[in-house]
Design a binder for this molecule. Structure first.
Ligand code: PSV
Ligand code: MN
Length: 424
């Protein structure tokens, strides 16, 4: 479906007076207003192709309706999001859940929606029909060289798909590990994984990166072969400059200080970027900002401080992606909320008075440090996020537009009530 510009204009006219009151009030209070606005306009977050349908748990999946039935319809959905928020200008594909059979046509379709292809993801955590070998006991770590080779070949295949689409990064997440003590020789598993990753690394084009994602547990419950940022950092360091550590916010043990992990990885030039989501207990894959928005703000505070210290471009120099699952919400509404939460946290962190914070830190003035951070965090920055969207041609209130204009109902009438997307 195509969103009508007239509907968008009408929506913005209806919301404009209320918005104007709020933005005038906020702008008067932000000294760096113009630069914050420009940074917000430039900031894009990639949408995962696997999150456009309703997710599930191992107990069941309650599919929604009108889900995208093919890769083209997934692009269409991301196009809808981007038209509304002007901040979702790319899609991250997961292969073989999405096989780009005709890359030239797909690139053209992406261009029509003003989209680019972000990192491509490999999948060696599920067996594929007709595959010669099973990943039941791991993939890149496997004791059998033939299984490792199959997994390496798959990753190289994914790189080739990515090249055809104009992607510039491969994300590798391994389910490899063990469920019971004694099952695995840790050193051999590490060395096999490293050797396999080396072969994948060697297949990367010059300007490409490989993102090594870690996860503390699940599906293996005793050990994971890339279980934490230390292990990922070790692989990335041994591989070379093109290998970096990917931080998925749900992949830590409870209470981990993710903002500190991020600061150190950035300092070591080894931070790839993010899979954003939120969680209360584990890898819950909930809407970004729905559980712990303060943590998200603190992460962005470290990101901005660290990126500015290295004169990095906020919008381009790290990978910004969502990785979430929507069991009870409409996936498109959920993704709109996630992107909004990320932009809010980014905007709040841009408001931190960094000079004052540095001065307070060297004075060991702990109270002032907290005041500075919380003053920024408690600022309602939603009007400036909306203003950035408006200036780019998006909707002042994307969720309200989505509901009022019955976007899901239109998708259901086009695709049917039983259309189910591929993915987890
Ligand atoms: C694993 O839990 C993960 O976070 C990885 O990024 C996968 O590729 C993704 O979820 C999709 O299942
Ligand atoms: Mn992830």
């Amino acid at each position: 479906m195509v969103l009508q510009q007239t509907a968008l204009d009408q929506h913005n006219q209806q919301h404009f007076a209320g918005h104007k009151r709020k933005i005038d009030f906020l702008a008067a209070d932000i000294p760096q207003y113009a630069s914050v606005l420009e940074k917000l306009k430039a900031f894009q977050i990639a949408i995962p192709s696997w999150a456009l349908g309703t997710g599930g748990t191992r107990f069941g999946r309650f599919a929604g309706a009108g889900e995208p039935r093919c890769i083209e319809e997934k692009l269409e959905d991301v196009g809808l999001l981007h038209k509304l928020n002007q901040s979702s200008g790319s899609i991250s594909l997961h292969i073989p859940w999405d096989i780009p059979a005709n890359p030239a046509a797909l690139k053209e379709l992406a261009q029509q929606h003003h989209l680019k292809f972000d990192a491509v993801n490999s999948n060696t955590f599920q067996d594929q029909p007709g595959a010669a070998h099973s990943y039941k006991y791991g993939s890149l770590q496997h004791v059998d060289k033939a299984v490792r080779k199959q997994a390496i070949d798959h990753n190289i295949e994914v790189i080739k798909h990515g090249i055809a689409l104009g992607s510039e990064a491969l994300s590798v997440w391994l389910a490899d590990g063990s469920c019971f003590p004694g099952q695995l020789n840790f050193r051999n598993a590490f060395n096999n994984t490293l050797e396999s990753l080396h072969e994948i690394y060697d297949a990367l084009p010059d300007h490409w990166k490989v993102f090594v994602e870690y996860k503390a547990f699940e599906p293996n419950f005793y050990s994971m072969s890339v279980g934490d940022w230390g292990q990922s950092y070790l692989y990335a360091s041994k591989l070379g400059d093109k290998a970096l550590t990917l931080v998925d916010l749900g992949h830590h043990l409870p209470n981990a200080n993710i903002e500190q992990i991020v600061a150190l990885l950035l300092n070591e030039k080894k931070l790839a970027g993010f899979h954003f989501n939120d969680s209360k207990y584990g890898d819950d894959d909930l809407t970004v900002g729905s559980i712990n928005p303060y943590q998200l703000f603190l992460i962005f505070n470290e990101l901005i401080e660290g990126m500015d210290a290295r004169q990095m471009n906020h919008a381009k120099d790290l990978g910004w992606m969502i990785d979430a699952s929507h069991n009870v919400k409409d996936p498109l509404e959920d993704l709109l909320q996630s992107v909004e939460a990320i932009k809010i946290a980014y905007a709040q962190a841009l408001l931190v008075d960094t000079d004052a914070l540095r001065a307070a830190q060297v004075q060991n003035d702990v109270t002032t440090c907290q005041e500075i951070l919380q003053t920024a965090y408690r600022t309602d920055v939603r009007p400036i996020v909306a203003e950035a969207r408006l200036q780019l041609g998006g909707a002042l209130d994307p969720i309200s537009f989505f509901r009022t204009n019955k976007v899901r109902a239109q998708l259901i009438s086009e695709r049917g009530a039983n259309a189910v997307a591929t993915g987890l």
